[in-house]
Write a protein that binds this ligand. Structure first.
Ligand SMILES: NC(=O)c1ccc[n+]([C@@H]2O[C@H](COP(=O)([O-])OP(=O)(O)OC[C@H]3O[C@@H](n4cnc5c(N)ncnc54)[C@H](O)[C@@H]3O)[C@@H](O)[C@H]2O)c1
Length: 429
């Protein structure tokens, strides 16, 4: 393969698998990261992130000499930028890391190079921020450099499969750049590689996650309305979804993760006057932790013990970034509850409060509060639970328990109205 030198900037969840896959497909890849610990580990064939199959591919490409990790960029034909794009405290995108990464390749880029950004960015970032940095260094992005945005939509845990199978959107800052960048992915992607403008690609990436956030907000809003009107929200969703063209999402304790809970703000910041539904949806989803705590308050008094089951933002993973469960735990503590949190995937060093094992979390608890749909929570051993808990109240915000039995007090988002009766009749309030 001619012109097959590639430099991947940022060797995290996205950059490292991407670099390893290209190296395995015949590209000569230099991976660059500012973290010297990461660079040292990778050159020894060890991987610093959890991803199925990644260490095996990495060892293979290091052995055959097609991948090496460095701390500074080198000359290449193609540059892929996969650095983080966190948000500031006012929820606008912090593009400083991206700008530094682009500036770091300026000394080594040459005419004819392709520069592809994969980091998630607000709309118009390629034209308003990236293009000027390249042009200030004397290159004409209209003819010297091919500049494109190619968003990533892989699912952690399936990255090595999805890098091959998923359809890719490649947005060029002009049509030739789109084609040149798309051809890079066509060297191994089995899905469709669709050429478009950088602006459309930027917005499409954000709208994928925003679509899901807005739809979850709709389900959460339905939950609140149903609770007020004594209606079973979960039954309503399943009935409405009998319509061939309706797919109401499932409600829950809020929305977490580094994509769904973050990306909509990248749209809002660029056009707040019009991003009304998107902003309201964020507010609805952000209000859910307080709504969950309100349900707990109806169920038991503030000195009670709450066995929190699940801290990760979604099932069967250890990721707690932006997790609503953390907000709920902190809120419960601030209200005076005793919290005994358990998550089979999350380790003590990831959180600021004490974690318990399964048995200790349930011991003398008044409520089992399920916040994540881990497989481990689907079939609870009720006999053991009854022995451990002071009273068997279960509030399942993910509607994930499959073996509900009659002699427990089980609540999910379908029968929250029953808690109102408890509040009004209970002597503890
Ligand atoms: N992880 C995902 O599932 C996912 C999915 C879609 C999109 N994205 C987007 O992809 C981008 C990267 O995300 P990630 O999860 O891979 O991040 P990450 O934090 O796992 O990795 C980023 C790496 O970049 C390195 N880095 C920072 N500045 C650098 C610089 N100037 N030069 C070289 N290396 C630098 C960091 O040390 C880190 O190792 C983000 O914009 C993210 O929103 C991530």
């Amino acid at each position: 393969m001619e012109n097959n030198k590639m430099c991947v900037i940022g060797l995290g969840y996205i950059g490292l698998p991407t670099a390893a896959v290209f190296a395995n497909q015949g590209w000569q890849v230099t991976g660059v990261d500012v973290n010297s610990g990461v660079v040292d580990m990778l050159n020894k064939g060890k991987v610093h992130i959890k991803e199925i199959g990644l260490e095996k591919v990495l060892s293979k490409v290091i052995e055959k000499g097609s991948f090496s990790a460095k701390m500074v960029p080198e000359k290449a034909d193609v540059f892929i930028i996969a650095v983080p794009t966190p948000h500031n405290s006012d929820l606008t995108a912090d593009l400083n890391i991206l700008k530094n990464a682009i500036r770091s390749i300026i000394p080594v880029i040459e005419k004819g190079n392709k520069i592809i950004v994969e980091s998630t960015i607000p709309p118009r970032t390629m034209s308003d921020i990236v293009t000027p940095i390249i042009e200030e260094s004397g290159f004409d992005t209209g003819k010297d450099i091919f500049l494109a945005y190619c968003p990533e939509r892989v699912l952690p845990g399936r990255i090595l499969i999805e890098l091959f199978k998923n359809n890719r959107i490649v947005g060029g800052t002009n049509t030739l750049a789109a084609k040149e960048a798309a051809d890079v992915y066509r060297t191994f992607v089995e899905g469709k590689v669709i050429e478009t403008s950088a602006e459309s690609a930027e917005m499409a990436k954000l709208m994928e996650n925003t679509f899901r956030d807005v739809n979850i907000a709709l389900a959460n809003e339905l939950t609140k309305i149903s609770e007020a009107l004594d209606i079973n929200a979960l039954e309503v969703i399943s009935l409405a979804n009998e319509h061939p063209r309706v797919n109401i999402h499932q409600p829950g304790p809020g929305v977490g993760g580094h994509c769904l809970a973050v990306d909509p703000y990248f749209i809002i910041e660029k056009n707040p006057e019009n991003a009304k539904v998107i902003a309201e949806s964020r507010e609805v989803n952000e209000s859910m932790p307080a709504f969950v705590v309100d349900q707990v308050k109806k169920l038991v008094s503030k000195t009670s013990k709450i066995a929190v089951f699940g801290l990760a933002y979604k099932g069967n993973i250890d990721d707690i970034r932006e997790s609503p469960a953390l907000k709920i735990v902190n809120h419960l503590y601030s209200e005076g509850y005793k919290v005994q949190a358990y998550d089979p995937y999350v380790k003590q060093e990831q959180v600021q409060f004490q974690l318990y094992n399964y048995e200790k979390a349930l011991r003398d608890a008044d409520v089992m509060l399920i916040l994540t749909d881990h497989n481990e929570f689907k079939n609870i051993d009720w006999e053991e639970t009854k022995c451990l808990m002071k009273q068997v109240n279960v509030l399942d915000t993910k509607n994930c328990v499959e073996n509900v039995t009659e002699n427990i007090n089980y609540y999910n988002f379908g029968n929250l109205y029953e808690l109102k009766a408890i509040k009004t009749s209970s002597p503890i309030y």
